[in-house]
Design a protein. Structure first.
Length: 305
């Protein structure tokens, strides 16, 4: 006997049928008195009402009834019922009705609730069957869980389901690509901002010692300039470069706090330079460059404009 037929007979016998995760059906009509066991029991439409409740649990009485009217042991009977209802919920989730043979159909509304449309209740007379042993049950043919109508609907919706899955996979891939691109761009911008905000190149020499070493060289050079004013050469020794004026200003203030004679300027509004200006004979440029190397890690000479 099919699961649907067992459900109908259980409802006729107990006047109530509870399906886990779906709700409860109640028989509101009076059962006809029929002594002829060969004729099916037929009740009019709308004889069954339905209350949606996704929190209802498995009905142990229903499982026992399935065991009594099928060749299944109790664990297999419970598994068959759960599989039948799971397939039904899948149909409802993709917008198809869940048909309960000879009972009616369930449909899912936009709000997510289930509504029941009753049909003509029909139940054939059946007799309980003896339970076979587990080995015999496992070798029998698998019971069909859906009627022919539901099988045809499932075949017809197979390509639609596959297409929907492909679309979802494509959308997920596009979303991941957009997120990955945005994440990489954000990390790059943060890296640039962090680099510009940090004052690069920590001083590694003693400022007092280095300044004491450079001052005599500057004094000697100034003396030379006074002796040979025609040989005077104006130049700058660049000690740092920055991409933003803010970062350059931080470095400028720090060097001035060490009593360094430094200036900030830019030639292209893109690179901001920190330099020490000098007016010395051309022959002294190398000496000054060598003297300042003990104070700065990277430096070069640039002619004053």
């Amino acid at each position: 006997m099919k699961i649907e037929q067992v459900l109908v007979h259980y409802l006729l016998k107990n006047k109530e049928l509870t399906l886990q995760g779906i709700g409860t059906f109640k028989l509101d009509a009076t059962m006809p008195d029929s002594a002829d066991s060969d004729k099916p029991v037929i009740l009019p439409e709308n004889a069954v009402s339905f209350h949606y409740d996704p929190r209802v649990k498995e009905d142990e009485g229903l499982i026992d009834f399935i065991v009594e009217h099928t060749n299944k042991i109790k664990p297999l009977a419970a598994s068959d019922l759960d599989s039948f209802l799971s397939l039904g919920r899948q149909f409802l989730n993709i917008g198809n009705p869940f048909t309960l043979y000879n009972l009616g159909t369930l449909e899912k509304t936009n709000s997510g609730e289930l509504i029941f449309k009753g049909g003509q209740l029909i139940a054939q007379k059946v007799e309980p069957q003896k339970i076979k042993n587990e080995e015999a049950d496992m070798t029998g043919e698998e019971e069909e869980l859906f009627n022919d109508y539901q099988k045809e609907r499932r075949k017809g919706n197979g390509p639609k389901i596959l297409l929907s899955l492909l679309i979802l996979v494509a959308l997920a891939a596009i979303a991941w690509a957009i997120w990955h691109y945005a994440s990489d761009k954000k990390n790059t911008n943060e890296s640039l901002n962090t680099t510009e905000s940090i004052v690069p190149i920590n001083d590694t020499t003693n400022h007092k010692t280095d300044t004491a070493a450079i001052i005599p060289a500057i004094t000697d050079s100034n003396t030379s300039v006074q002796k040979n004013p025609a040989d005077t050469f104006s130049f700058k020794i660049v000690v740092n470069e920055y991409k933003t004026p803010a970062a350059a200003m931080v470095r400028l203030a720090k060097l001035k706090s060490y009593n360094r004679n430094v200036i900030m300027y830019t030639n292209d509004s893109i690179t901001y330079k920190i330099a020490e200006p000098f007016s010395l004979p051309l022959s002294d440029t190398t000496k000054m460059l060598r003297s300042l190397k003990g104070y700065y890690s990277k430096l070069y000479i640039e002619k004053a404009r």
